[in-house]
Design a protein around this ligand. Structure first.
Ligand SMILES: [Zn+2]
Length: 412
């Protein structure tokens, strides 16, 4: 990497430089290894194809595949340094109706291209630096018939020779909590992350960033109380599939799972916090629409769902699930009471719908929408430390009351 940029004038000098480069790479490996840098990304429209070009500081390794329902093209790359600049985010063009990028799993960055029509990869090129350009990954897409897509294209994976390892969705196994630790385990889930930004507020606030600050604040406040074990599903800007979040809660034998989100509404007047629990039948059309939106997280991140998702009715059959459901509802009600003392609430604050992230059969789970980023004043308020503190305090009081009730119940 360093050597490429330096003209070697003599063998001696080359040796010294090589030694320095090795030293530098050792130091880098010891801290955070330098990630390939995205220098440019663009979409081009040609008569017979749509071309996606990524310019990188290093020769790209890749894994490229397509997904159906909806049609998407997914490009997995090693973890990239992708600056958040306008010129490195191409506008939709041709077959590509939208584009996202971000961390998918540790070590893997992902680009997801939403396709307006079924398409196949007609050509992939990796080009060395030339004419002032960096390493380039060029992916050409051409439209095809839906039937052809289903038969031939779906599940075909294109890889570079030095292909990435199959990105594993498996989480590292959780540290066991010591057997003598009787404290309740609270699983705090910051919604979205990485390649899935979540909803975007009126002034550009990203749901994934906002809810992470709330998740961290909740974690800090709970840990400071000394009364709880706290597990975070994520503590950085990474993507976790919805089922993966449920798995983390179950592996840690969570006593309560709280998924934090921030909402948007076409009307800029709608505001207030709200709480959701799982139900096969949604309490109202808005809750159903919200669940559909939140459940799109996996689609947005290019997760193949064709072998997943038992429906809600199956999950509700189990008795354990019914226990967890009752506990979820009772926690949601206490939360509404405690939050109502401190912040504005959405009318009918506790609602129900088929949220995929609430489908644990054993861990009581609620999804909490902290407010509306589509309401300009509330979007500002949600960013303030004072408001965050009020809201977190409401949640913590609700958690305390919830476990007081549980303990009284267990004693009787
Ligand atoms: Zn969300």
């Amino acid at each position: 990497m360093i050597l490429n940029r330096i003209y070697m004038v003599s063998a001696v000098r080359a040796t010294i430089l090589l030694f320095l480069a090795l030293l530098a790479s050792l130091i880098l490996a010891g801290s955070a290894a330098a990630k390939p840098l995205v220098e440019d990304a663009r979409l081009g429209l040609h008569p017979d194809k749509t071309r996606f070009v990524l310019e990188l500081s290093e020769r790209p390794q890749y894994r490229i595949f397509t997904l159906v329902s909806p049609y998407r093209l997914v490009i997995d790359l090693p973890e990239l340094d992708w600056p958040d600049r306008q010129e490195t985010t191409p506008q939709a063009k041709g077959l590509v109706s939208a584009l996202r990028y971000g961390l998918f799993t540790p070590g893997t960055s992902r680009v997801v291209l939403d396709l307006s029509r079924p398409a196949e990869v007609s050509e992939i090129l990796t080009l060395p630096p030339r004419d002032g350009r960096h390493h380039r990954l060029v992916v050409d897409m051409a439209e095809i018939e839906p039937a052809v897509f289903r038969k031939r294209v779906q599940r075909k994976v294109h890889r570079s020779d030095d292909a990435l390892r199959q990105a594993s969705l498996a989480m590292p196994s959780p540290p066991r909590k010591p057997a003598q630790d009787q404290r309740p385990t609270i699983v705090v889930d910051a919604g979205h992350g990485g390649v899935d930004p979540g909803a975007i507020g009126v002034s550009g606030t990203r749901e994934k960033d906002l809810v992470l600050t709330y998740a961290r604040a909740l974690q800090d406040r709970l840990k400071a109380s000394g009364a709880y074990n706290v597990v975070m599903t994520r503590d950085d800007d990474r993507f976790i599939p919805l089922r993966g979040r449920v798995d983390i809660a179950e592996k840690h034998n969570g006593d309560l799972f709280i998924s934090l989100h921030a909402n948007t509404n076409p009307s800029s007047r709608v505001k207030g916090a709200s709480v959701y629990t799982l139900s096969e039948n949604a309490s109202d059309a808005e809750a159903a629409a919200l669940a559909a939106k939140e459940n799109r997280s996996d689609v947005i991140a290019g997760v193949d769902l064709s072998s997943e998702n038992p429906d809600v009715s199956q999950i509700l059959i189990s008795l354990a699930r019914r226990d967890a459901m009752n506990s979820s509802k009772s926690f949601a009600n206490v939360t509404v009471e405690e939050l109502g003392k401190r912040v504005d609430l959405l009318r009918n604050t506790h609602r129900f719908a088929g949220f995929a992230v609430l489908k644990s059969a054993s861990v009581p789970s609620v999804l909490f929408e902290i407010g509306y980023m589509s309401h300009p004043a509330e979007e500002q308020q949600l960013q303030s430390a004072a408001h965050r503190k009020k809201l977190i305090e409401g949640l913590v009081q609700a958690i305390e009351r919830h476990f007081d009730v549980q303990q009284a119940y267990n004693r009787n």
